[in-house]
Design a protein around this ligand. Structure first.
Ligand code: TEU
Ligand code: CA
Length: 592
């Protein structure tokens, strides 16, 4: 019996390998409505996030651009993904890499022209790939025409597009800014003798959402992009839009928790419902909230009855394992794996009741997932990358996969502050310095957690600068590009890249991975993340060893007698018995 079982396992592994000859097969864009009543294409989509600055440079100025993306359309298609999330490409002086927009209806000069954008969008659409845009609506750039006019005089018709504290009322009440060296969210403006509010950098003045005229301008601008044919929006830092504009003193319980006290102002959801009526209801689009806060707060965005947005991503799991009250400083003791799994369980259960979530382990605000959640040592980089990919693509919630993770890119781990570009890191460095803090310790922590780790140029091949650019890249290329690159992995059936493609295909083939119920198994297991996905009587078991040790899983109550391996990140999967033994970082998906 044991022998027959092992044969089934190998047969299963073979099926997985053999489907890799067809990863380029065109996907179905129809939903699987027959299977579940509330099927939606955006629930079934696999999202691939492109950070345009770092994807591909077409003209040798060291900065990725739209023509660069256009030259890689077939590559993106070959991944099998359905939708691209594009980080901001609008005109911007780039104080925060495009998150400071000076013109919402124009393309950043470094990235190209509106014509390039149209060609790119058509290129994706021709390949049956949808595109959603990053919308930064809490703030714009100090170089936006609205702000230039507003800051010139209190009489400006745009003065009320922003939040001001007139100097005759004295010093404004304390508000913290995460991207400000002084940590002060109010900046004095001489011409108007008033302070303007900026929760992020002083080059990113907050927009005054209380002003209906401003809101109408924003909705009009969003409709402009919809009319162009974009398929949705990711709403950046959206929970900060609505504020208590009296700016009362912060209560004692504030305790540095600025997202809690600054976000989710009194009219936030009125504005979201208005935006739904004015913009989203025009077309079936994907809308993703970057939502701060607990389940209750996040759920408000996505409860379908409220008619706001359709997906949200949350921070509790990704921000886990940092020391309290310090900026992204990893706890030297590591993180509590069992508690981390329970965070996923809590959110996945919540989205099973209402709305829809997303699943991600990295994006442009995060370090590389391999370094942070896997193991980037030569011994384990391959297997742990594949394990994390299995995790992202087998959870309930739309998977958002970050460029470069499909080849196992990892943190660059800069030694010197001069090597960094990111405003968040540079201002936090300055804050630590001003307080006389331990800068060496700070920089050590940043090797694990800082955002620039996730922004280094895409590693295409072994040529100069990893084939990203013929000029000097805006941010250093990870020197490991000589071995970690797309070209090397393209023809290796066992590469991380081809594993990602297989996993995407498996998610499409198995509706249980998309819509199935999710249930944690052996929840207190200190090494393994195990769960089932079940739909209409079909049950899958996902086993993920997150540690560099052999591990076993307690299968209490699950019948494995007919189990078949659908996916394995080992060339020869290990054996299955009632107590399953997993090798370090082993991942398996079984059909029970
Ligand atoms: O991020 C929102 C946000 O609150 C950030 O502070 C985030 O928590 C932080 O980057 C984590 O390190 C969005 C964008 O994703 C980010 O890139 C922008 O810098 C920020 O808004 C300002 O627009
Ligand atoms: Ca360029």
């Amino acid at each position: 019996m044991r022998q027959t079982f092992f044969l089934t396992l190998l047969a299963g592994a073979f099926t997985v390998l053999s489907c890799e000859s067809t990863p380029r097969k065109a996907e179905e864009k129809q939903t699987q409505t027959a299977i579940v009543p509330d099927a939606k294409w955006w629930k079934e989509a696999v999202v691939y996030q492109i950070y345009p600055r770092s994807f591909k440079d077409s003209n040798g100025d060291g900065v990725g651009d739209l023509k660069g993306i256009i030259s890689k359309l077939d590559y993106v298609k070959s991944l099998g993904i359905d939708m691209v999330w594009l980080n901001p490409v609008y005109s911007s002086p780039n104080k925060d890499n495009g998150y400071d927009i000076s013109d919402y209806q124009n393309i950043m000069k470094e990235f190209g022209t509106m014509e390039d954008f149209d060609i790119m969008l058509k290129g994706f659409h021709d390949r049956n790939i949808k595109v959603f845009m990053d919308m930064v609506l809490n703030h714009c750039s100090e170089e936006h025409e609205w702000f230039k006019s507003a800051r010139s005089s209190r009489e400006s018709p745009f003065y009320n597009y922003f939040h001001w504290w007139p100097a005759e009322k004295g010093k404004p009440p304390y508000r913290f800014s995460i991207f400000d060296e002084k940590g002060d969210a109010w900046e004095y403006n001489k011409a108007t003798n008033s302070y303007y509010l900026h929760y992020f950098a002083d080059a990113q003045p907050d927009l005054n959402w209380e002003n209906p005229q401003l809101r109408q301008e924003i909705y009009k601008m969003m409709r402009y992009w919809l009319d162009k044919g974009v398929d949705g929006f990711r709403l950046d830092a959206i929970a900060f839009c609505s504020k208590d504009t009296i700016f009362p003193p912060l209560p004692k319980e504030y305790d540095g928790n600025w997202p809690l006290y600054y976000a989710s102002g009194p009219h936030l959801h009125d504005y979201m419902q208005e935006m739904h009526r004015e913009v989203f209801s025009k077309k079936e689009i994907a809308t993703v909230a970057e939502a701060m806060g607990d389940v209750e707060r996040v759920m408000k965005f996505v409860d379908p009855e409220r008619k706001e947005l359709n997906m949200a991503y949350y921070f509790e799991a990704i921000d886990f394992g940092y020391l309290p009250k310090e900026y992204k400083m990893p706890d030297p003791k590591g993180y509590d794996f069992v508690a981390w799994k329970k965070i996923y369980a809590k959110w996945t259960d919540a989205f099973a009741q209402k709305g829809w979530g997303t699943m991600y382990l990295a994006n442009h605000d995060q370090p590389r997932m391999l370094t942070r959640w896997g193991n980037d040592s030569p011994e384990f980089r391959d297997v742990s990358s594949k394990m994390l990919t299995t995790f992202i693509l087998s959870m309930r919630g739309t998977p958002c996969y970050y460029y470069g993770d499909e080849i196992g890119m990892d943190n660059i781990k800069f030694d010197k502050v001069e090597e960094y570009n990111d405003i968040e890191l540079l201002t936090n460095y300055a804050q630590v310095k001003a307080k006389g803090g331990d800068l060496k310790r700070f920089l050590e922590g940043m090797k694990i957690s800082s955002r620039d780790n996730g922004r280094t140029p895409m590693q295409w091949d072994t040529t100069l600068n990893a084939g990203f650019s013929t000029g000097k890249p805006w941010l250093k290329v990870n020197p490991n590009y000589v071995t970690v690159n797309v070209a090397n992995q393209e023809n290796d059936p066992n590469s991380i890249l081809n594993y990602f493609r297989k996993m995407v295909q498996l998610r499409k083939k198995e509706p249980a991975l998309i819509y199935g119920d999710w249930k944690l198994v052996d929840s207190d297991n200190p090494s393994v993340f195990a769960y089932t996905r079940e739909l209409n009587g079909k049950k899958l078991l996902v086993l993920l060893n997150f540690k560099a040790v052999n591990a076993t899983v307690n299968m209490a109550g699950l019948d494995l007698s007919q189990a078949k391996v659908l996916m394995s990140n080992l060339i020869t999967p290990s054996s299955v018995s009632v107590s399953i033994a997993l090798k370090p970082y082993e991942a398996m998906i079984l059909a029970l």
